[in-house]
Write a protein that binds this ligand. Structure first.
Ligand SMILES: NC(=O)c1ccc[n+]([C@@H]2O[C@H](COP(=O)([O-])OP(=O)(O)OC[C@H]3O[C@@H](n4cnc5c(N)ncnc54)[C@H](OP(=O)(O)O)[C@@H]3O)[C@@H](O)[C@H]2O)c1
Length: 268
């Protein structure tokens, strides 16, 4: 088991409901009234907040799903390893999202990779290959773009809803002082553009919706296993709490933005 790769603390029901997070085993200790009022703008306290986590098998995705379930939310988690959802395959995205019923208050996209097929982030442009760059685009840009394409219809029109995509600060052009990591940086910069454009389009039909790109901070997961060194990091659980706090505070005026784990705007 890699660094920070933790066994999620939820039970997975049987095959028919295998995507539905049953919540943490200690959910009996939660105060349901408090849990159900934890989603801003929710006026009907008899209704559970509904969340869809794409990439729920990953370090951050699993922690976000667990944290949401601990709040009393109904969480549907989808992943490649658990459910066969491959975000690089539009037909797979369309089938899995098309099978969802009802609206989601939150859609959280936590898929991604830094190394794909053994290709490590480039130290110099001499290391860059078309294949590695195409792979990065397929997973880190086209993947979330297809989830947006097929997932926006799952957002309610009549109430607050959030569509959050995990990007990365290294996708910021204005913040790039070190260079390198060409393919990953470029794919993240591109997904930021997709999120921004989708937010503009979404606002025309969903005035209360918020569509954002988020930087989770440096998080100890499988993703960073070979790269952390002595770099400070947070656990996936801490990252999930940070990200959900940011999401809680977002208003429709924030749609189309790029924010870090503390809620601070990141330069494009
Ligand atoms: N960790 C950090 O410090 C950090 C920093 C900045 C940004 N981020 C971003 O945060 C996101 C999540 O990172 P993480 O640390 O949680 O990574 P992780 O633990 O390695 O999880 C990656 C997730 O992506 C999924 N995935 C990979 N390829 C996929 C595909 N083709 N189709 C569907 N799912 C696929 C994996 O699914 P399976 O395991 O089921 O195959 C897994 O759920 C990424 O977008 C990353 O760029 C992370």
């Amino acid at each position: 088991m890699g660094l920070g790769q933790h066994a999620p603390d939820y039970t997975r029901p049987d095959v028919n409901e295998k995507c539905l997070f049953a919540g943490p085993r200690n959910s009996a200790t939660l105060d349901p009234a408090r849990a159900l009022t934890r989603w801003p703008g929710m006026t009907d306290e008899t209704r559970k907040m509904r969340a869809l986590v794409i990439g729920a098998s990953g370090g951050i995705g699993a922690a976000v799903a667990t944290a949401l379930a601990a709040r009393g939310a109904e969480v549907v988690g989808l992943s490649r390893s658990g459910d066969g959802l491959d975000v690089t395959d539009e037909a797979s995205v369309a089938a899995h999202l098309g099978a969802q019923e009802g609206a989601f208050d939150l859609i959280f996209v936590a898929t991604g990779a830094l190394e794909i097929g053994g290709a490590r982030p480039e130290k110099t442009i001499r290391d860059l290959t078309p294949g590695a760059m195409a792979d990065q685009f397929a997973l880190n840009c086209i993947g979330p773009a297809m989830v947006l394409k097929h997932g926006l219809a799952l957002l309610p029109r009549d109430r607050r809803a959030v569509f959050a995509v995990l990007s990365a600060r290294v996708g910021s052009i204005g913040d790039n002082r070190l260079g390198g990591w060409y393919a990953y940086r470029t794919a993240k910069a591109a997904v930021n553009q997709v999120v921004h454009s989708a937010a503009i389009e979404l606002a025309r039909t969903h005035s209360k919706a918020i569509c954002v790109a988020l930087h989770p901070g440096t998080v100890a997961t499988e993703f960073t296993r070979d790269y952390l060194g002595r770099h400070p990091s947070v656990t996936p659980g801490e990252a999930a709490d940070n990200l959900l706090s940011v999401i809680d505070g977002l208003t429709p005026e924030d749609t189309g933005g790029f924010r870090d784990w503390a809620g601070k705007a990141v330069v494009w």
